[in-house]
Design a protein around this ligand. Structure first.
Ligand code: DC
Length: 224
C-alpha cells in the first residue's frame, strides 16, 4: 500500500507518518527534507533562492539521499554523501525553502525521484502534493490540518529543543506566510486531494491520529 499524508507546516505530518510507517513496517519518506536539503545547498553555494535557472539546474545535478536510522527512527539526509540532517532544520532553511520549492524545474527533478521511491510500494510519504501529484492513485490519502497557533506552538517546542530562542507571534507569521506561498504557487500547490480524508489535529493526540490513519489503511485492505 502507498499512504500519502499532506498538509501545511506543523500539522503533524512527519510525526504521524513516521509512527504509521513504524507500525506497518513501511518505509517513511519525508519529501519536505528533500526540498530542505536542496535549499541548504543553494544557500551554501550562495545561489539566490529566487534564481529559477540556477536552482533548477542544481536540483537536477544533486544527489539527495534519505537514510533511515533504525535506532532513532529518524530520517537522515545526505547531499552528495554529505550529512545535512541537522542543517536542514535551521531557521534560515525554513525562511528560504518555500521559494526554492516553487520553481518548476525543481519540482520536475524532485517529484521524479519521489515517484520512483513510491513505485517500490509499502511507503508512507508526507509532503504538500503527495496525494495530488506524486502518488495521485495512492491507496490511502490523508490531509492533516491544525490551527496556526497550535502549529506555531509545535514548531516552537521543536526549535527550543534544539537550542533556539523563539517568538511565538513571529513564528505564527512565518507559518502563515509559508502556507500562503505554498498554497498559491503555480506548480504543484499545497492542496487537499478531492479523495483525501481530512483530519484536524488541533485538539487530537498523536496516538489518536495514528489510530485514525491505521483504521483507514485497514478499511482499504478489507476492500481489496
Ligand atoms: O514539511 P516541511 O516543513 O519540511 O517542508 C518544507 C517546505 O518544502 C515547505 O514549505 C514546502 C516544501 N514542500 C513542497 O513544496 N512539497 C512537498 N511535497 C514537501 C515540501
Amino acid at each position: 500500500m502507498r499512504i500519502a499524508i499532506d498538509g501545511p507546516a506543523g500539522a503533524g505530518k512527519s510525526t504521524i507518518a513516521r509512527r504509521v510507517a513504524a507500525v506497518l513496517g513501511y518505509v517513511y519518506v519525508d519529501t519536505g527534507a528533500m526540498y530542505r536539503a536542496l535549499t541548504a545547498e543553494v544557500l551554501r553555494r550562495s545561489i539566490e533562492p529566487e534564481d529559477a535557472v540556477a536552482v533548477s539546474s542544481l536540483a537536477k545535478s544533486l544527489q539527495i539521499m534519505l537514510r533511515h536510522d533504525n535506532e532513532t527512527g529518524q530520517q537522515g539526509v545526505l547531499i552528495d554523501h554529505r550529512d545535512v540532517t541537522e542543517e536542514i532544520r535551521e531557521p534560515v532553511v525554513n525562511q528560504n525553502v518555500s521559494m526554492v520549492a516553487s520553481h518548476e524545474g525543481v519540482r520536475t527533478a524532485i517529484v521524479a525521484q519521489q515517484k520512483s521511491m513510491a513505485a517500490q510500494g509499502n511507503v508512507v510519504m508526507d509532503g504538500r502534493d503527495i496525494g495530488t501529484t506524486v502518488i495521485p492513485d495512492a491507496e490511502v490519502k490523508v490531509f492533516l490540518k491544525a490551527s496556526v497557533r497550535e502549529r506555531a506552538r509545535r514548531r516552537s517546542l521543536d526549535l527550543i529543543r534544539r537550542g533556539y530562542k523563539v517568538n511565538l507571534d513571529e513564528l505564527e507569521d512565518e507559518i502563515r506566510e509559508r502556507d500562503f506561498f505554498d498554497s498559491t504557487r503555480r506548480v504543484s500547490p499545497l492542496r487537499k486531494a478531492d479523495d483525501a480524508v481530512e483530519i484536524d489535529t488541533t485538539h487530537v493526540s498523536v496516538d489518536e491520529v495514528v489510530d485514525m490513519v491505521l483504521l483507514l489503511c485497514q478499511g482499504r485492505e478489507a476492500t481489496h
